[in-house]
Write a protein that binds this ligand. Structure first.
Ligand code: SF4
Ligand code: SF4
Length: 370
């Protein structure tokens, strides 16, 4: 699939880590999964080929690669993704713990929830992903109205980017599903995709050949300053955007223009830590997922956390006061007062169903793909 996300075969990744890891322990210091299993070099040498299924406990967050000395430059997350793929390809992966996640993915691409609404001559679409439409549908409606005021020919595509299957190592399914969507968009004249979700961004960026992807955060102008006194917040950068400084900067620019003062946590930007949701590791080793969330809460202290990922929002919000950056822009008073509620399943499915109906009315007479 790509060099970026670890598409290299397992044999190459094993050789790379076996031969180049200097066992410095910098990544181990950061990660409970590695503390249990040893350095990536040791895993590659001793267990990687024989036990590819152990990689399902890794969050695929990429922090190990961010702290690996530049002279070594290993990306252990790519090794663990290659191990997952190998386990799936050999029929050795037990996917039963991911049943709910795979149902969620399947529903996201179903005729109930997916749809594309394309005005005439539309070459740019907004692809909101799954988490934001499900958990914050009123926010998404406000965002769509806001975007369309500036971009009247903007289309909307409701669908799933299939990142869950990608991360679970279901490579064949991911490729057929995502590339089908990509071809469909290109055939309809779409060339630019705006996303709100860092995971969708990562998928389109690495696999959406022919489509230019960017986030809404990079395009949005700050709204008029909110009429609340300055509030100190901290930013949780999602691991899906670890290598995207433009997204980090855009979120901070929008936050600070909205009368918020950003005080950074120890782990931010390229060295951010996972919220706990990454790689669906929590489905098999919840203690590893909890370890990330706990660290996030400790680093945030008593400051409100701001994030641009609806998945991270849902994961962190029960632990620490957390807001989506779009909430702080479009509904600042309610967000800072903690009055906004995040929907949880099964309500999320209903929210998405009604969102599709709402869009159907808004785009009556426009081209529809489903
Ligand atoms: S959980 Fe994150 S830091 Fe630990 S091995 Fe996996 S990708 Fe690396
Ligand atoms: S940081 Fe890099 S060199 Fe050091 S143990 Fe981890 S993978 Fe090996």
């Amino acid at each position: 699939m790509d060099g970026q996300d670890g598409a290299d075969g397992l044999a190459r990744q094993l050789a790379l880590h076996r031969e180049q890891c200097v066992h410095c322990g910098l990544c181990v210091r950061e990660c409970a999964f590695l503390q249990e299993n040893g350095t990536p070099g040791a895993i590659a040498a001793n267990r990687g080929g024989r036990e590819p299924e152990l990689a399902f406990a890794c969050s695929l967050c990429g922090l190990c690669g961010a702290v690996c000395p530049p002279a070594v430059g290993l990306r252990p997350d790519r090794l663990f993704l290659a191990m997952r793929r190998e386990a799936v390809a050999r029929g050795r992966a037990d996917l039963a713990p991911y049943r709910a996640l795979l149902f969620y993915e399947k529903m996201g691409a179903s005729r109930w929830l997916a749809g594309a609404f394309l005005p005439r001559d539309c070459d740019t679409v907004f692809f909101p992903g799954c988490a934001l439409p499900g958990s914050r549908p009123d926010l998404l409606r406000a965002l769509i109205a806001h975007l369309r005021r500036n971009m009247p020919r903007l289309g909307i595509v409701l669908d799933c980017c299939t990142k869950p299957s990608h991360d679970l190592g279901r490579q064949e399914y991911f490729e057929s599903r995502f590339h089908g969507l990509r071809r469909e968009l290109l055939a309809r004249g779409v060339r630019n995709v705006l996303v709100a979700c860092p995971s969708c961004h990562r998928v389109f960026r690495h696999h959406g050949h022919g489509l230019r992807v960017s986030t809404v955060y990079e395009h949005m102008e700050p709204l008029p300053r909110a009429g609340h006194p300055p509030v100190e917040v901290t930013v949780h950068d999602p691991c899906g955007a670890r290598e995207e400084p433009a997204i980090h900067a855009a979120v901070r620019r929008l936050a600070e223009a909205g009368s918020l003062t950003v005080r950074e946590m120890e782990h931010h930007g390229a060295r951010t830590i996972c919220c706990g949701e990454g790689g669906a590791a929590g489905c098999v080793r919840p203690e590893f997922a909890r370890q990330w969330s706990r660290r996030r809460k400790e680093e945030a202290g008593n400051r409100r956390v701001v994030t641009c990922c609806a998945g991270c929002l849902g994961f962190l919000e029960p632990l620490v006061e957390t807001s989506h950056i779009l909430d702080l822009l479009l509904m600042p008073g309610a967000a800072l007062a903690g009055r906004l509620r995040i929907s949880r399943p099964p309500r999320t499915y209903l929210n998405r169903f009604f969102l599709k109906r709402w869009l159907g009315k808004m785009f009556a007479g426009c081209q529809r793909l489903r």
